[in-house]
Ligand binder design. Structure first.
Ligand SMILES: NC(=O)c1ccc[n+]([C@@H]2O[C@H](COP(=O)([O-])OP(=O)(O)OC[C@H]3O[C@@H](n4cnc5c(N)ncnc54)[C@H](OP(=O)(O)O)[C@@H]3O)[C@@H](O)[C@H]2O)c1
Length: 239
């Protein structure tokens, strides 16, 4: 599961506009209920009409507004059409949660190539398509920024500009942690520090948007008073 958040032009007093893929069951449906309790306006993406209808009822009885958006996340065109309809009917998307997945429970020797292909199309490409549709609407057209480019930029700025602890950055952004068990289960490592880091990141982007710290990169260390020297993780721990 991954999430893309709008950090610009966000009206903090308005209900959040949230899109959730795989919203008709499991974690996606539970996430929809949790946002509904905050009064959010939620676009529900999945394929099965019965599950979607159940999720719509859940959201409305929990205090949110629901828009059912039937779509297969393995289709870029369907994801884009759902995003477009969501913006038209709910408003500018604040949060996009890529949660839809499919898997095959089988001895590996019995798996068919088409099954691997389908899992990849839904669980990997579905995240790519969702991320691109979200970023386009949050001010990053695909010719300007890709999902991975966004990650690389955040990784660099968090470490070099905001002097965040690299272990915390990696826990937030990494594709995988080192050991196999950690990969499967360590979802909340450094959670408190990560929440603080995300707030710092959002505040930093707000300041950039206002133009307060936009300066030529080559001159940054020499001239800008708030430039900080790079610190190693050990130096950061000693601060
Ligand atoms: N369950 C676990 O043990 C576990 C552990 C770690 C992480 N996770 C992660 O948690 C997330 C959700 O898992 P879950 O267990 O809650 O799954 P789940 O109960 O099987 O629900 C999957 C959801 O995705 C939707 N979906 C499946 N294929 C889709 C497609 N092609 N297009 C659009 N929607 C699709 C399903 O609805 P339709 O079939 O109607 O489309 C359903 O709403 C996944 O990202 C998974 O990797 C789960």
């Amino acid at each position: 599961m991954s999430a893309i958040l709008r950090t610009n032009n966000r009206n903090a007093t308005a209900p959040e506009i949230v899109i959730i893929t795989g919203a008709s069951a499991g974690l996606g449906r539970a996430t929809a209920r949790a946002f509904a309790r905050r009064g959010a306006r939620i676009g529900l993406i999945a394929r099965g009409p019965d599950g979607l209808e159940g999720a719509r009822r859940d959201v409305e009885s929990s205090g949110g507004t629901a828009l059912v958006l039937p779509a297969d996340v393995a289709s870029a065109a369907e994801v884009e059409a759902a995003a477009e309809r969501a913006e038209r009917e709910l408003g500018p998307i604040d949060i996009w949660i890529n949660n839809a997945m499919t898997s095959v429970f089988s001895p590996i020797a019995e798996m068919e190539p088409d099954e691997f292909k389908r899992v990849t199309e839904v669980t990997y490409l579905g995240v790519v398509y969702g991320t691109l549709s979200a970023l386009r609407r949050m001010g990053f057209p695909s010719d300007e920024m890709t999902g991975h480019g966004f990650r690389a930029m955040a990784r660099t700025l968090l470490a070099e500009r905001l002097a965040m602890d690299e272990a915390v950055i990696e826990a937030q952004l990494a594709h995988a942690v080192k050991d196999a068990l950690g990969r499967a289960y360590n979802r909340t490592e450094y959670l408190d520090q990560r929440l603080k880091m995300l707030q710092t990141w959002a505040d930093y982007l707000d300041r950039l948007r206002e133009g307060a710290e936009v300066i030529p990169i080559k001159q940054r260390r020499a001239r800008h008073p708030s430039s900080r020297p790079l610190r190693t993780p050990v130096e950061q721990a000693e601060r």
